[in-house]
Design a protein around this ligand. Structure first.
Ligand code: NAD
Length: 308
């Protein structure tokens, strides 16, 4: 059996279409305000440069203004806190994203926690995360990657209620919030198990998962024989590994003389695709959906701001 591929690009396009349609109407009815996302970047890390370029393009495509606030790599933690708080208080700003990585003199979590919940486009402020605990309160925004995982699962049309779900990885932006989202309904929750680096016998858990979510960052961690037949497999991992030819030798880039690299997830896709019922590819799976969720979160913040 070959698994059905969960097409993250298609899901992302559908979300973007809905966000754009709703934003267009809101902007038309609120001509004195506009949705503005401010990205704070400290230094000029090449990885965050790529994210910023993609975020800017996605925002502009659907009518959100994107402003980049670039700060010097040597900025002190106090100065960054002051800058962040100043932007938070600016009524013309809809949402704020603090780009990672930050230089070593900055405690990233400390600064992130100061972003007010009503400007927290990444859904990671303590108040927004805390609301995930309640079955009867819908948080205004939630962590983008966790919501992306939920969208990928829902796109299969399969019921989540009562399902055995195993989540591998217990980060604050994926594993933990996904677990809470799966428990968010009083009557229709799944039965999640969360595994992590200290879990014993990982395959004991993964093999019984009807829905398997993997967010670790280790290529090849989940092999085909660790997956239950017909499972929904959501691979969140993003890993860069050397590209190999058919003999297993690294492919060398003629121009640079360096090994060519490719992006893979945490799941051995070629094995899993023959066992799972559904699977997200990497790239083109959850990662593709995550950016569109950022736009959806911004829309939620904008809606609240224009209605307040
Ligand atoms: P993290 O890096 O903060 O933590 C890794 C998690 O994996 C921890 O819970 C750790 O206990 C667990 N872990 C490590 N080794 C393990 C092992 N051998 N067995 C079981 N568990 C193990 O996690 P993160 O920030 O959620 O990132 C995880 C991966 O997801 C990374 O590859 C990251 O690049 C990727 N990611 C993807 C998206 C997306 O949109 N697709 C977004 C964010 C992160």
């Amino acid at each position: 059996m070959s698994a059905k591929i969960i097409d993250g690009n298609k899901i992302a396009e559908e979300i973007k279409f809905k966000v754009k349609s709703e934003l267009t109407v809101l902007k038309e009815n609120n001509k004195n305000t506009k949705p503005v996302l401010v990205a704070i970047q400290v230094g000029d890390n090449p990885a965050s440069r790529v994210y910023i370029k993609n975020q800017k393009a996605s925002c502009e495509e659907i009518g959100i203004e994107y402003n980049l606030k670039q700060l010097d790599n040597s900025i002190t933690e106090n100065d960054l806190i002051n800058e962040t708080q100043k932007i938070c208080k600016d009524p013309s700003v809809t949402g704020i994203i603090l780009q990672m990585p930050l230089p070593p003199q900055i405690n990233a979590k400390k600064v992130q926690m100061l972003i007010s919940p009503d400007k927290d486009v990444e859904g990671i402020s303590p108040i927004n995360l805390g609301k995930l605990l309640y079955s009867d309160i819908k948080p205004l925004v939630a962590p983008c990657t966790a919501l992306s995982v939920m969208e990928c699962i829902k796109s299969t049309g399969e019921q989540i209620k009562g399902k055995e779900v195993v989540i591998v990885g217990h980060s604050e932006i994926v594993g933990k919030p996904v677990c809470l989202m799966l428990l968010s309904s009083v009557m229709e929750s799944a039965t999640p198990t969360v595994c992590h680096i200290a879990s014993k016998e990982l395959s004991y858990h993964t093999k019984r998962a009807e829905i398997l979510i993997v967010a670790v960052g280790k290529a090849g961690l989940i092999k085909g024989n660790m997956i239950k037949e017909g499972a929904i497999v959501i691979d969140v991992g993003i890993n860069r590994v050397p590209l190999k030819d058919e003999n297993g030798n690294p492919v060398i880039d003629e121009k640079s003389g360096k090994p060519k690299m490719k992006t893979v997830g945490d799941v051995v896709f070629d094995e899993a695709v023959n066992i799972a019922g559904y699977i997200t590819p990497v790239p083109g799976g959850t990662g593709a959906v995550t950016t569109s969720i950022l736009l959806q979160n911004l829309l939620s913040l904008y809606k609240t701001q224009v209605n307040s």
